[in-house]
Structure formats: C-alpha cells, structure tokens
Design a protein around this ligand. Sequence first.
Ligand code: 5GP
Length: 181
Amino acid sequence: MDNSIVLNGMRFFPYLRKEQIDREVERVAREIRLDVEGKNPLFIVVLTGAFMFAADLLRQVGINESQIEFVRYSSYEGGTSTTGKVKQLMGLREDVKGRDLVIIEDIVDTGLTAEKMVADLKSKEPASVKFATLLYKPESSRTGFRPDYAAFVIPPKFILGYGLDLDGKGRNLADIYACED
Ligand code: 5GP
C-alpha cells in the first residue's frame, strides 16, 4: 500500500507528516513569539489555505493580547498553475496604523500575492509587517520575495492538504501531500 490519494484524476503522495508539521509549526511559533511578545500584535490570516496552519500556530504563539483578522486574496482560478494576476477579495476591518502585523499565509509560490499584500499593508502605515508561511517555494519565485518565517522550504511541487486545496478539495487532510512529478 503506498498511501497515495487521487483527486480530480491526479495522484498525490504523502510528503510531510503531521508530526513533522507540528514540530516546525512549534519552531515558527517560538520565533514569532520572541519577535512580537509585548507588542500587542495583529495576526492577519490569509483565507482559505492558511486556516489550519493559523489555528495550530496561533495556539502555540500563545499571546492573549494579540488579535486575529482574516483576509482573502486569490491568484489561482482553479487547477494547479497561477494566473499571475492577484486581486483582493475581502479586506481588513481593524485599523492597522501603528500596529505590529504578522501575515499568516499557506504558501509562497511566485511571491506575487505576498508582495502585493505586504505593499498594501505597508501603505496603511503599520509599525511593522512580518510574513509567516507554512511552505516556501524559492525556486518558483518571480519576485524575490522572502518570508520572515517559513515552516518548510520546498521544491516547486504542487501541494495538497493541511488547508491547501485542489479546486476546493483536500483541505481537510492532516498530512501534506505532493503531486507526482
Ligand atoms: P503566489 O502568489 O505566491 O504565486 O501564490 C500564492 C497562492 O497560490 C497561495 O496562497 C495558494 O493559494 C496558491 N498556491 C501556490 N502554490 C500552491 C500549491 O502548491 N498548492 C496549492 N494548493 N496552492 C498553491
């Protein structure tokens, strides 16, 4: 038995196990806590892919004075390749001026979403903006964008599970799967 799964006719193999994910999420939580403790940070979670990462991460960061907001951006219109166009679908409600912000994203691929988001937020005059991602694919970068925190640096594979989807499916998986090459 190879534990692979098939979704929309594509085969995915186990790539990162829950235990590895927990370990690295804990490490990132420690790094973030050291940087923002005592600063009343505002965490900005990018829906939908980051929901599971954010839930685990923010419990580990454990700063009761922090606040959590949700925004939604999209660059994919289904399937497994980026459209290159980034649009904001759902914005912020909190005033971010003078705040210490930590963006929580599922994956940095081309970096276009991340770059746009950081620029949008910086224009609102926060005290600081940091970027945390579950997965970072530096070889796919079209922007040179580098996250401040990354749980995993990975090659340019298409990933599924632990919040990440294929056409809306597979977000429920506790492990992270990669598409066969
Ligand atoms: P970027 O703007 O960096 O190219 O892409 C950011 C968004 O593309 C991510 O938030 C995610 O929604 C989607 N994305 C990029 N790579 C993958 C991947 O390997 N798997 C999945 N499911 N989504 C991805």
